[in-house]
Design a protein around this ligand. Structure first.
Ligand code: HEC
Length: 91
């Protein structure tokens, strides 16, 4: 996924990027990639990444995790849907 790839990798063998590894992120609790320095809000989040949370998160990360410093917003709901379907496949 090109729009995310500057900051996120899907391959654990890649060197660290600005954002955490996204392989297996669907269904996982926020902030669970070991060794990645998340904003404190991720550890406090009490949900798993699913459609209901990823859709508003990709629209505006700070609406879901208020101290997130992820600089990305996707206003197009069809694009968000495609991104979420893609993430679901990355086990
Ligand atoms: C400009 C860099 C950047 C881009 C582009 C970006 N992200 Fe992020 N993302 C981050 C950072 C940084 C964090 C961690 C934020 C924090 O700790 O405050 C993050 C966190 C996340 C998380 C939470 C992961 C977890 O382990 O809890 C998800 C899910 C996510 N991003 C998905 C995406 C997707 C999908 C895209 C592309 C559509 C994307 N991001 C594009 C930088 C980026």
């Amino acid at each position: 996924m090109q729009q995310c790839g500057t900051c996120h990798s899907l391959n654990p063998a890649d060197p660290p990027r600005q954002g955490p590894l996204l392989a297996g992120v669907y269904g996982r609790k926020p902030g669970s990639v070991a060794g990645f320095q998340y904003s404190p809000g991720y550890a406090k989040a009490d949900f798993v990444w699913d459609d209901a949370h990823l859709d508003p998160y990709l629209t505006n990360p700070q609406a879901i995790i208020s101290d997130s410093f992820m600089l990305y917003r996707q206003r197009n709901s069809d694009v968000r849907k495609a991104i979420i379907a893609f993430l679901k496949d990355q086990k």
